[in-house]
Design a protein around this ligand. Structure first.
Ligand code: SF4
Length: 343
């Protein structure tokens, strides 16, 4: 049997559209993908991946915490919540020169997207004005811009779009049924409302979740269903493996099995074929072999730089070496590339 025959066989063994009568992915359909034999799942994900990303390049995105700590929300995984004693010191919004220096360094190291994170529940008018200045400055370097600032009102989303914001990150974290176990200072619907405001303003959506927070398999399937059923699904899908920070309520969570993590990447690729699926937090604990399996499963974006907000990340040289060893090219964008052109 040739590769094409095998590909057809795998396609035929799966219902053409495993969806609900409303045309959505059901949690059961996603669960059955997650449960497939690993090699079949990897083959299917890689097949989908090559159809949509024939160049197979890896996007490098750098994330900077521009306003750290003191957040009034109580996300159980986050060391920046004011409710938890994690040793993270609150810092005010960084000055534009400092942010620009970090963005320039990220660009010189090969990053094409620069994401700015601020630990707010929701930015106030004056915060949005200041972040708009940061976005304009970073955009001026010819990089794609992304921000994650908490809940966003429609007029704030429009203001950020006018400043040149390409992407807004706002994760759904987990399935709706498990959400109140993780955070209870806001609702799942609050998250969906912000995502709708971002879309309405014409900003591309970066939205994913975290695994390893004590969730059940059905919650992982439920998270992917939520993401894949957004209309349209996000252009960027960061999948995080929990970094267990002492002092947070989830510090003692059971680590996620590496193969289960690979499965989640693969099913994200299959259900959101044109999204950039980002291997996000937790890479430091994964090792090169698991990361390579994640790339095989369809991950094609990484956070790049030795820090992720306030937790660790593999250093730049280690990432350069890993991509080289695997024969993977990093994605190149130019200043003239269209905003939000993440394939
Ligand atoms: S994840 Fe964001 S909203 Fe939640 S506590 Fe941390 S900084 Fe605040």
């Amino acid at each position: 049997m040739g590769a094409n025959d095998l590909q057809q066989t795998i396609t035929l063994h799966r219902p053409a559209k495993p969806v609900t009568p409303q045309g959505l992915w059901s949690v059961e359909a996603i669960q059955s993908l997650l449960d497939k034999p690993l090699m079949d799942l990897l083959f299917e994900a890689q097949t989908v991946h090559r159809q949509h990303f024939p160049e197979g390049d890896i996007e490098l995105a750098t994330l900077l915490s521009v306003k750290t700590g003191g957040c009034p929300e109580n996300c159980g995984y986050c060391p920046q919540s004011a409710e938890f004693d994690t040793g993270v010191k609150a810092q005010k919004l960084m000055e534009v020169d400092e942010v620009l220096r970090a963005a320039q360094a990220a660009k010189e190291a090969g990053a094409t997207r620069f994401c700015m994170g601020a630990a707010w529940r929701a930015p106030k008018d004056r915060d949005v004005e200041k972040v708009a200045v940061l976005i304009e400055a970073v955009k001026g370097l010819g990089m794609q811009t992304c921000a994650t600032l908490g809940m966003l009102e429609p007029h704030h989303a429009h203001q950020l779009k006018a400043a040149g914001l390409d992407y807004y990150n706002h994760n759904l974290d987990t399935a709706p049924e498990y959400y109140t176990d993780i955070v209870d200072t806001r609702s799942y619907q609050d998250r969906l409302d912000t995502l709708a405001n971002v879309r309405s303003a014409g900003i591309s959506v970066c939205c994913g979740g975290i695994v390893g927070m004590g969730e059940q398999p059905v919650h992982r399937a439920g998270l992917i269903a939520q993401l894949a059923n957004l209309n349209p699904y996000p252009e960027s899908v960061p999948i995080n493996s929990l970094v267990r920070v002492p002092g947070t309520p989830l510090a003692d969570s059971e680590p996620v099995d590496p193969f289960d993590f690979v499965r989640i990447i693969a099913v994200s690729r299959i259900t959101m074929p044109t999204a950039r699926v980002r291997l996000s937090a937790g890479r430091q604990q994964m090792g090169d072999a698991v990361q390579a399996l994640c790339f095989m499963a369809g991950a094609n974006s990484i956070f790049y730089g030795d820090k992720l907000l306030v937790t660790g990340n593999p250093d730049v040289e280690a990432d350069v070496q890993l991509l080289r060893k695997l024969g993977l090219q990093s994605r190149r964008t130019t200043a003239t590339e269209e905003a939000g052109a993440c394939a």
